[in-house]
Design a binder for this molecule. Sequence first.
Ligand code: PMP
Ligand code: GLN
Length: 382
Amino acid sequence: MSGPGRRPQTTIFTTMSALALRHGAVNLGQGFPDESGPARVIEAAAAAMRDGHNQYPPLAGIPELRQAIAAHQRHWYGLAPDPDEGVTVTAGATEALTAAILALVDPGDEVIALEPSYDSYKAAVAMAGGTLVPVRLEAPEGGAGHWRLDRDRLAAAVTDRTKVLLVNSPHNPTGTVLDRGELEAIAALAVERDLIAVTDEVYEHLVFDGREHVPLATLPGMWDRTVTIGSAGKTFSVTGWKIGWATGPAELVARVKDVKQWLSFASGTPFQYGIATALASEDGFYRDYAAGYQERRDLMVAGLRRIGFDVHEPEGTYFVTASAAPFGYADGLAFCLELPERCGVVAIPNQVFYLDQAARPEVRFAFCKRLDVIEEGLQRLG
Ligand code: PMP
Ligand code: GLN
């Protein structure tokens, strides 16, 4: 144990995946798919290896991938990052996030982030000597409605020390997809208070029920002040390849690269070739991908509700947040630590995604698993 509260020194994902292995549990904790990405993508990386692309890539990534990332941003969102100056490939979105925060945040600066927030945000802000200021997403009790952003609360969090708005949509762990109104509120504040936005859009293609993912950078006044972060791990089911990217105006991306050169310098040459191929996939691939996950979401949500959990149906991502309160649990961490041994299932307690780490009844289940694995998990939970 370290620091305030009960946060384990290792990340929750390491802890819970180890428990899953020890108890032979169905791992609905750490978010990684149990099937590999498309064969043509794997083959493109293997071919790159056979063709001798096994040495360092350029710092910012191979040109083929930078061009593919820029083309993808243009095709889906009408954004036009310069493939040479406005795109850098990173070792997963994790490195892009950390490099961006280290580049943009000075000691004493404040970074506003939606809370709950993905665990690496707090660590990156701490490494920069900054302070993370959480703005809570709230959901109505009892499973109805979604976790939403309150504009007044967001505005009230800005101080003279605020430097960066760190946004994540689709949002891990709640599954909220920020709607245009929420994004406009963020953008208006960024423009009014002259803030930089770092936006984590790794689940950009995982939105359900006909919703639209709107990149923050597409809103008026935002392009020049936004670093947009993506990852191939989610969209192409290759989380172990750790290929991510940051895009934006040349001067902001240059600052990210300045830091990145001292973190990894560069990584994953053959995987970069694989992802250059992957990003050129036809629209139908992306649509089928979202539809496949929507089916799994529906199975998971219906199953959890049947068992008695309060569930806020996710609008995107491959996570669902459910409350264990109906089973008498106020502490999701205690619930998740008992779960592997009691019923052979692993989940993640949402409280690790809060700054105060206080006990909360919400837990996160990942549904990036085969339908039969989800069914097995639900049966064990029941
Ligand atoms: N941001 C969010 C919201 C995530 O959920 C994850 C990982 N699932 C990451 C960043 C890290 O992505 P990567 O594996 O590409 O480093
Ligand atoms: N992002 C993944 C999740 O939220 C985990 C990544 C990791 O293990 N650090 O489950």
